[in-house]
Ligand binder design. Structure first.
Ligand SMILES: C[S@@+](CC[C@H](N)C(=O)[O-])C[C@H]1O[C@@H](n2cnc3c(N)ncnc32)[C@H](O)[C@@H]1O
Length: 309
């Protein structure tokens, strides 16, 4: 019941009501109401849960390794995929976190975890012997028509030539198989741009750092142009994760092992590295305001793509 004593509408009733308003009265306006989208999503999710469980794990796997996923139409509900994946490869598997999520989701599949780092594969090996761990370089890896699912979480942005790379990876899945990746959306990442700007500033111009800003993630439109001609279905989306951090130093720490790392590696001494971190910290203070409770919201945008060959 609401505050006037009326019975609250169920989610399905709300969707029907909003649909009828939309159809008859306010096309466009009602459709854009976020609340309607929310009701739609809930109803859709319920239908999804009961109707199709087969491939839903791909999105969940991405979600499980990178945070909460956005709700969008699932391409595997649209008809072309009807079997469970028998052969899966996790490219750039690192210590195996993402690979183990795939293992849990598809216990019967043959799963390979591939990474170029021997140390990562050694770590991964200690966590599971139910996965075929391999040392290898994605840049030259090619096993055409072998996999039902090629999965790459947070690994491809370290690699160059994305047009040929992503086309090759899609061609490596079997017909009707899936190629799925997630990467930081570096083309629209304020934190990455801020570091680049610092490296170009007069104080740091004498160090050859700006070349280290390797923008290897491309825009959704570019991936679309490359992969749409090769895909039966293609789904691309972005999600911005607002990480709640204690202060701006925590952003520097957060980014030190990823986007800041190549810059720090380009500086010859610990002193210079610390100075560079201080300059970056100042830039972050200007970029991300301190919230009322003293914490900082650090926005991090990620791009997701799922292609059905
Ligand atoms: C951020 S980790 C992601 C690990 C894992 N996918 C996850 O989601 O937890 C990126 C991994 O990609 C690997 N990597 C980077 N370039 C690679 C390449 N050319 N070939 C294979 N692996 C690579 C790195 O060694 C690292 O382990």
């Amino acid at each position: 019941m609401d505050c006037r004593g009326n019975r609250k509408l169920t989610v399905a009733e709300n969707v029907r009501l909003q649909d009828s308003i939309h159809r008859h009265d306010f096309p466009g306006i009602i459709m854009s109401l976020p609340i309607l989208e929310m009701f739609r999503r809930r109803a859709r999710n319920r239908r999804k849960k009961t109707r199709c469980r087969k491939f839903s794990g791909i999105r969940n796997s991405i979600c499980a390794t990178s945070g909460k996923e956005p709700n969008r139409r699932s391409i595997w509900r649209q008809g072309s995929i009807s079997t469970l994946p028998a052969a899966i490869i996790d490219l750039g598997c690192g210590p195996g976190n993402s690979t183990r999520v795939l293992r849990e989701r598809w216990p019967a599949a043959h799963i390979t975890g591939l990474d170029s780092s021997t140390a990562m594969i050694e770590k991964a090996r200690q966590t599971s012997d139910a996965i075929d761990w391999r040392i290898g370089d994605i840049q030259i890896w090619y096993e055409p028509n072998r996999f039902d699912l090629i999965f790459a979480n947070a690994s491809l942005h370290w690699i160059e030539n994305h047009e040929s790379l992503t086309k090759r990876l899609l061609e490596a899945v079997k017909p009707s198989g899936i190629f799925a990746f997630q990467m930081p959306a570096l083309y629209n990442q304020p934190v990455a741009q801020a570091i680049h700007d610092v490296s170009e500033s007069p104080a740091w111009k004498s160090h050859p750092l700006s070349d280290r800003y390797t923008l290897r993630t491309h825009t959704p439109g570019e991936y679309y142009d490359w992969l749409a001609p090769l895909s039966k279905q293609l789904q691309i989306w972005e999600t911005v994760y607002f990480h709640e951090l204690a202060n701006h130093e925590a952003i520097v720490d957060f980014y030190s092992s990823t986007g800041l790392k190549p810059y720090l590696e380009g500086l010859p001494s610990a002193e210079l590295k610390n100075e560079f971190k201080t300059s970056v910290l100042e830039a972050f203070c200007n970029l991300f305001p301190t919230r009322r409770n003293g914490k900082v919201l650090f926005p991090f945008r990620r791009i997701f793509l799922i292609a059905v060959r």
